[in-house]
Design a binder for this molecule. Structure first.
Ligand code: G3H
Ligand code: 13P
Ligand code: ZN
Length: 330
């Protein structure tokens, strides 16, 4: 392992100030997962144009895919790119769903400004102990830590949860006090992936459990809450994927009104991965189907990037700038 490097040297910030301002302003910071350069370019361009602070986040698998050293330079490049675009945006590099102390430490040592330790599948006591251990290490370097209580249904990297367990509001005060975390992910009905709800013909997406969120807020007033599994799953992209040879059945996401409602509350961070994946896949499939002679990755990946970047395009699904009051500084 190379010499540890502090995130401030990369131009990154932790999430403290972002969340404080989001809380006061009644909006949420978008946290976008990315796996490659084109996705990161699209996120940065869109957020720079929308003057939106942003959390760029990677899962354990995405970090392995990109390579930790390459990733650090990509994050530094993202910050420099925002400046070249004429804005000095707060950018945070966050580990999504960290599953061990060692992984969190490795990310902190390689320039991450924020980490999630996801002990939600452990017993309460084990979750507290693991989260506390990460917080103790992270806070020495002013790195912020996200913990999780309650289990989301769906796939979280290599952790698969068949069923969700809503967060129990009775636990949050004790968890936050004992661990010292800076933000808390809760389970209120969202799930990971493109198929979030099993709906019968004619059924509408059920509302999230805002009652649980309200109860959590009451118990830890002013504390930043994180919403995972929050992609809207834009039907247009699902349809394009299916039209051009894909097979996505029953893809349904969280309606944007519900995200806006959540953003006005203590929810300060909204995680979006699937929407980015869907937009990229739809555009790559469409491009290749319509241009069978093309084999230049810049063409089809460029088409995907162009779809996800410009904020003038109101269909961009994962640019929080299109979710009014979801992400802007007030
Ligand atoms: O919440 C989990 C993310 O969507 C991570 O997905 O592990 O396939 O990168 P991944
Ligand atoms: P989606 O699958 O809804 O995009 O959720 C992403 C997420 O929570 C990443 O941690
Ligand atoms: Zn998640």
């Amino acid at each position: 392992m190379a010499e540890p490097i502090h995130y401030s040297k990369l131009g990154l910030v932790n999430t403290k100030e972002m969340f404080a301002r989001a809380f006061d302003g009644g909006y949420a910071i978008p946290a976008y997962n990315f796996n490659n350069m084109e996705q990161l370019q699209a996120i940065v361009t869109a957020c720079a144009e929308g003057k939106s602070p942003v959390i760029i986040q990677v899962s354990k698998g995405a970090r392995q895919y990109a390579n930790a050293t390459m990733l650090r330079h990509m994050a530094m490049g993202a910050v420099e790119m925002t400046r070249e675009l004429g804005v000095d945006l707060p950018v945070s590099l966050h580990l999504d769903h960290g599953d061990s102390f060692e992984l969190c430490k490795s990310c902190i040592d390689s320039g991450f400004s924020s980490v999630m330790i996801d002990g939600s599948h452990l017993s309460y006591a084990e979750n507290v102990a693991l989260t506390r251990q990460v917080v103790e290490y992270a806070h020495q370097f002013d790195v912020t830590v996200e913990g999780e209580l309650g289990v989301l249904a769906g796939i979280e990297d290599e952790v698969v949860a068949e069923q969700s367990t809503y967060t129990q509001p009775e636990e949050v005060e004790d968890f936050v006090a004992k661990t010292g975390v800076d933000s808390l992910a809760i389970s209120i009905g969202t799930s990971h992936g493109a198929c979030k709800f099993k709906l019968k013909e004619g059924e509408e997406v059920p509302p999230l459990r805002f009652d649980i969120l309200a109860e959590v807020e009451k118990r830890i007033p002013g504390f930043p809450i994180v919403l995972h599994g929050a992609s809207s799953v834009i039907q247009e992209y699902v349809d394009l994927i299916n039209e051009y040879g894909g097979s996505l059945d029953g893809a349904v996401g969280v309606p944007e009104e519900q995200l806006r409602k959540a953003a006005k509350s203590a929810v300060c961070k909204i995680n979006i991965d699937s929407d980015g994946r869907l937009a990229v896949t739809a555009k790559v499939r469409e491009y290749l189907a319509n241009n069978p002679e093309e084999f230049d990755p810049r063409k089809y990946l460029g088409a995907a990037r162009a779809e996800t970047a410009p904020i003038s395009n109101s269909r961009v699904p994962w640019n929080g700038c299109h979710k009014p009051r979801l992400n802007r500084y007030a």
